[in-house]
Design a protein around this ligand. Structure first.
Ligand SMILES: [Zn+2]
Length: 395
């Protein structure tokens, strides 16, 4: 069973039946006389009221969206109300709003996830949408996480399946980390890679009908989130699959959709996996075209966001990559591709459990052109090296 150890920021981690009780004990022991504010949304307000009846609440209505405006409103309430700590009672957006607001107000916060839906609960960066662009802002990780199965196992199945998509994405993020090691000598942490692989295996070994399934999903999500604290970056948790999802969330090549983060990651994982599977038949060095981060190349996709993308890629993260290095790395990359799961088998598994697998199911254009444009331009949303970033993708 994977071991989740506390990290440098999140020093208390409890996933289990005793989590709810321990959360209340933690508040009185750690924060004693300080006032706490529970941040929630319309869907999780009843959980906040039931589990923390003594704490005042701030409820976001109409679906909480992690924007700087909502984050600022929460920060203002925390500061003006003289609160000493905050509790994020919800899933993705509530976590990001709370972590952003608590950092701004200069107080600690505690994560109380209500669904096993994504891996950012213990993250130290807030994924916020600002001026239409999805950005990650330096923020604060929670000082503690209390995930009680009696709470998150009752979440709608769709949220848990979104968490499954986020975990399956680790096949690609871990692959990309190793690929960056062979291409650019990036340093690996085999222990972290092993922990995440074991978390994936544990989840896949269980039937989604099993009582332990959502617990395994939550453990996997918290585990991968904690690797960000252990490693100091999201390297292990986010690769090309997350870059596609971030590009779609920037809404520059598609309209906003109702799809959840993990649903998008699940679909992008299948797209990237399918592309990677053809790599052993290609001569990567011969086909490599060095990307040019010019306005002309990027503007037709990124529009008004182009300058931000150019800044992200300056200085050029691929500057030291040569055809010789790619040639030398290809045998290892081919070997790694062979041990990636079979695309159809993974798609079948996702379909069987009810997870989304196609672009149209997540509200996006299901065409080869959209897929190729996504793969060609998504790698530039972050300067991180992925295999996708060096592949020759025709649009
Ligand atoms: Zn994710």
């Amino acid at each position: 069973m994977p071991v989740i150890s506390p990290g440098p920021y999140t020093k208390t981690l409890i996933i289990g039946e005793e989590a709810k009780k321990n959360a209340c004990k933690f508040f009185s022991e750690e924060f004693s006389s300080k006032k706490g504010l529970v941040v929630c949304d319309e869907n999780t307000e009843f959980i906040a009221g039931r589990d923390f009846p003594d704490l005042p609440r701030m409820t976001f209505e109409g679906g909480a969206v992690a924007t700087d405006i909502n984050g600022d409103a929460a920060a203002l309430r925390l500061s003006e109300g003289g609160f000493g700590f905050a509790v994020a009672c919800g899933s993705g957006s509530i976590s990001d709003i709370t972590r952003y607001a608590a950092a701004k107000a200069g107080i600690p916060f505690v994560s109380y996830p209500t669904a096993a839906s994504m891996d950012g609960f213990v993250s130290s960066v807030a994924a916020m949408t600002i001026d239409g662009r999805k950005v990650t802002l330096p923020s604060k990780a929670p000082v503690a996480l209390f995930a009680d199965p009696s709470v998150f196992s009752s979440a709608p199945l769709r949220l848990t399946l979104s968490g499954v998509g986020d975990i399956l994405g680790k096949y690609i993020s871990l692959f990309d980390w190793r690929a960056a090691h062979y291409l650019m000598e990036e340093v690996l942490d085999d222990k972290l890679i092993d922990l995440i692989n074991r978390a994936i295996d544990k989840m896949l070994a269980l039937d989604p009908e099993d009582a332990g399934f959502s617990i395994a999903v939550m453990e996997g999500l918290v585990m991968t989130g904690m690797t960000i604290q252990y490693h100091g970056s999201s390297r292990a948790a986010s690769g090309a699959e997350h870059h596609l999802s971030h590009l779609w969330e920037m809404h520059c090549m598609s309209e906003p959709t109702d799809a959840l983060h993990g649903e998008k990651v699940g679909v992008s994982t299948l797209i990237v996996l399918e592309r990677y599977k053809s790599v052993p038949d290609e001569d990567l060095a011969a086909e490599y075209i060095k990307p040019e981060f010019t306005r002309e190349n990027l503007f037709h996709i990124y529009g008004s966001l182009t300058d931000g993308i150019i800044a992200e890629n300056t200085p050029d993260p691929l500057a030291s990559l040569t055809r010789e290095k790619i040639k030398a790395a290809q045998p290892e990359i081919n070997r790694m591709v062979k041990v990636l799961p079979d695309t159809s088998a993974l798609r079948d598994y996702m379909k069987k459990i009810g997870a989304l697998t196609t672009l149209d199911e997540i509200g996006l254009e299901n065409t080869a052109r959209f897929k190729n444009l996504s793969m060609k331009y998504a790698p530039y949303v972050r300067r991180r090296i992925t295999l996708l970033k060096i592949l020759n993708i025709k649009d």
